[in-house]
Design a protein around this ligand. Structure first.
Ligand code: PHE
Length: 455
């Protein structure tokens, strides 16, 4: 039995390369596009608190579990699960956990790419000066014009998928690593600038109160599910993205420390996006719960009114595209790594096939904003349903089983050896991962399905 392996696909050149890549995976549309709009839909403060608690008590321990499993197995999530299960004489069915991850990544990327396409389109709208002095209403019309045109959405979706596949096909070292180096600081600076602008709108206090003063009467059990689902989504957990990145992690890197850094950076970006957006929403009398177009209908107003707005607006959407790009590559990496390992494909072929399949499923999302806008399943459009099912059901379920695998199935010798924590640190991780995280997921699931009456 070998406990130390190396990955067929290469290794990160340093601990920082891993932190950058994993942060690149975590920080994306989830932080800047999704977090503000679901916070708006779910009433603000109380939702944010549940989300933060989920990040701390479920997200961080689970990220550690995923990284350690990945580093131990050193293969694609499917083969890592298969290998670790076989080595410990556990049930071979554990490999299906790898499969759900591949499926989730591919489904998420199919709609993620469409939204990233909006960001791409907005680079050109910003650069063309379309936001200059525009009113909230004009900005709203601009957004509606974009999403109601299937051809335009399809074109941007196609371009984004191709961009993703080009980076993925180049592999871990040359492709993924280089893509993340300058993005984070740049994005961070621009967000700070937008928060600065938000302070000048006169509605900053109102925006901050919406985000940070909790009103628990606004919190339904469905909102709690969305908050938890988003904690998984935003940290890229529950589907093997972080596991596959962990499989390229050098042996001597501290898993706990890196997980905390990644989660903190991710949370900071999301909160800053919220602080930039809600003051603008209130200053212009917009509706916080307007849905998935929220940032595309608020931030352009800011750019249209600030000095140098054309430049900063363009730069912002370029960075948003980059943030989406580095997340997208991690969504499809588990599938590509599997195709290379098990189907003997080259990385280029594997990326092409994975990209094509994702592109096809993405058509459903493209049409759900226009041609199929009236078609609803469980009261949701194709896009909403896909987003709901993946982020709020498949990822938490995947995460639940990953937590169970790490603490009920893998031996303590293995997890201790990988985590290299002191006694208290290890105990804390163990309790959170073995009991707290799984129970929280189960209780939230049961509660939302109405199977559990919590008073
Ligand atoms: N975390 C990414 C974001 O916030 C999305 C993502 C989810 C990436 C799952 C990989 C895996 O945008």
């Amino acid at each position: 039995m070998t406990s130390k392996r190396s990955s067929l696909h290469g290794q990160w050149s340093s601990r920082w390369a891993f932190i950058l890549a994993a942060t690149g995976s975590a920080v994306g549309l989830g932080n800047i596009w999704k977090f503000p709009y679901i916070t708006g839909e779910n009433g603000g403060g109380a939702f944010v608190i549940v989300y933060l608690v989920c990040i701390a008590c479920i997200g961080i321990p689970l990220m550690m579990a995923e990284i350690l499993i990945g580093r131990r197995g050193r293969r694609s999530p499917v083969n890592t699960m298969r290998t670790l299960a076989a080595e410990g004489h556990h049930h071979p069915a554990w490999q299906y956990l790898g499969w759900t991850g591949v499926l989730a990544g591919f489904l998420i990327l199919s709609y993620y790419s469409v939204v990233a396409g909006w960001a791409l389109a907005y680079v050109f709208r910003a650069a063309g000066g379309l936001f200059d002095n525009a009113t909230g209403e004009q900005i709203g019309e601009l957004f509606t014009a974009l999403i109601s045109d299937p051809e335009r959405l399809l074109a941007w979706h196609t371009i984004f998928i191709v961009m993703t596949m080009i980076v993925v096909s180049r592999g871990v070292q040359s492709g993924l690593e280089k893509a993340v180096r300058f993005l984070m600081p740049g994005l961070f600076l621009l967000l700070a600038m937008l928060v600065g602008y938000a302070m000048s709108t006169g509605s900053f206090t109102e925006g901050m109160a919406f985000l940070f003063s909790p009103d628990f009467s606004k919190l339904s059990s469905a909102s709690v599910l969305v908050a938890m689902g988003h904690a998984f989504f935003t940290l890229s957990l529950g589907m093997g993205a972080i596991m596959v990145y962990g499989s390229y992690l050098p042996e001597d890197t501290s898993i706990a420390q890196t997980s905390i850094i990644i989660a903190a950076a991710d949370t900071l970006v999301a909160l800053m996006a919220g602080m930039a957006i809600f003051p603008i929403v209130f200053a212009h009398g917009l509706e916080p719960g307007m849905g998935s177009g929220l940032i595309f209908q608020t931030l352009p107003i800011a750019f249209g009114h600030m000095p140098g707005g054309t430049f900063f607006g363009t730069l912002f959407f370029v960075l948003l595209v980059f943030a989406a790009w580095t997340s997208a590559i991690s969504l499809i990496e588990p599938a590509v790594a599997w195709l290379v390992e098990n189907r003997g494909m080259t990385r280029v072929m594997a990326s092409a096939w994975a990209g094509l399949a994702t592109w096809i499923v993405g058509l459903g999302t493209v049409f759900s904003f226009n041609l199929w806008a009236e078609r609803k399943l469980f009261g949701m459009s194709f896009f909403d349903l896909l987003d709901f099912a993946t982020a709020n059901i498949i990822l938490p379920l995947g995460g639940l089983f990953i937590a169970l695998f790490a603490t009920w199935t893998l031996s303590r010798r293995v997890t201790k050896d990988e985590l290299k924590l002191g006694r208290t640190g290890y105990q804390l991780w163990y309790i959170l991962t073995r009991y707290v995280a799984p129970l929280a997921v189960i209780v939230i699931f049961l509660n939302v399905t109405g199977l559990l009456e919590l008073g």
